[in-house]
Design a protein around this ligand. Sequence first.
Ligand SMILES: Cc1cc2nc3c(=O)[nH]c(=O)nc-3n(C[C@H](O)[C@H](O)[C@H](O)COP(=O)(O)OP(=O)(O)OC[C@H]3O[C@@H](n4cnc5c(N)ncnc54)[C@H](O)[C@@H]3O)c2cc1C
Length: 382
Amino acid sequence: MSMRTEAFEHLNNFSENYLSKYSSDRNFDFGKDNRTNTSCLSKYLTHRVIDELEVIKSAHSKYSYLTIEKFIQEVFWRTYWKGWLELRPRVWKAYREDLVKLEEYKKNINYQNSINAKTTVECFNDWAQELKETGYLHNHARMWFASIWIFTLKLPWQLGADFFLKHLLDGDAASNTLSWRWVAGLQTKGKHYLATSWNINKFSAKKYNNLKLNENTSPIFESENFTQVPIHFDNLVNENSLFLIHNLDSCYLLKHKQKTFNNYGLFDFNDVLDKENYSKNVLDFKAKINLEILEQIKSDFGANMILKNSDDLFKVIKEKKIEHVIMPYLTCGYENDFISQLKDKVKICYLARDYDQFCFPFSTKGFFGFKDQIHKILTKFL
Ligand SMILES: Cc1cc2nc3c(=O)[nH]c(=O)nc-3n(C[C@H](O)[C@H](O)[C@H](O)COP(=O)(O)OP(=O)(O)OC[C@H]3O[C@@H](n4cnc5c(N)ncnc54)[C@H](O)[C@@H]3O)c2cc1C
């Protein structure tokens, strides 16, 4: 079964059997063998094996908007965070700069114990273990984990975000970095998220006695103020073109089956991510998606080209006399950083979906402002 079919089957099963209870049940973490109260679609959505509108349309075909409003809003959190970071790419850049400065800190015993599930906080160790084994954590566990990391274990939030991004199958630069910033109190300035033993024991399946958490501490502060910049969306020029699909918008070509470009290929970012120390689980998952994308471009366009680095790209450009390289829009993240540094040498055009172009500019302030636009967005796209 293809991953896309698997995603749709999963979505249908969730919609038919569990979605109507999502808003009341979603905050419970019933444990890794009982994950039906949330959709678990994130690993597919991050790679757009299935996209946001497909998920919303399918759910909405079974229930009224009001019954599933909470679920739809959660899907829009993803879009909101992505738009927010696109409008402030310096936040991602500053995070990467901080990680370079923190490289030495990785030798710290407290950090090593934390990523190896050997702290004195039992629930934290359970989640660290679960994350490494499964590539997933429930949203509430992610909040507790991040809060304990920052406020009880007193570790730099950037290293926690890095640990998550490299182990989550749904790892997404925007949702992850900004959620960690939110827990720390940097995103909504001065408002942090403090995990409490009461809350953990109410919502987690496993009960933990004697949790000693720092439940009374101040948020983190930062000196830099991040200003908004307009998002630039490229216009398409497709003479002598090479279209490079990638796995952060895996179903892009399913919506654009007509042959528009002269050449087609796949850009496989796994070597780039491997150099950044992404976990084997995540790289294997991405490799599986890449294989499916390759099958698809083979059958739709007779293409079998896989590029993995800049040398591969320059070679093809020379051999095929390519003038324009076109890719589905890459939002902030390691993949975009890699491609962006090639942009002075090669003309690379990012094709943004209408949905992203329409939604991202709404992420100027907090989610409540964005939420007011959801009806407008759905009227336009459903
Ligand atoms: C510290 C921290 C780090 C996180 N890192 C990521 C990440 O790297 N990638 C990621 O996709 N999500 C991240 N999240 C958000 C959220 O935890 C996951 O999207 C969610 O747990 C995925 O499970 P699900 O598919 O069952 O979600 P559901 O509750 O079924 O929601 C449906 C979909 O909506 C989206 N969504 C739901 N909640 C959020 C949210 N708070 N923010 C953004 N999108 C959301 C996801 O695409 C999800 O698949 C993070 C949250 C925290 C607190």
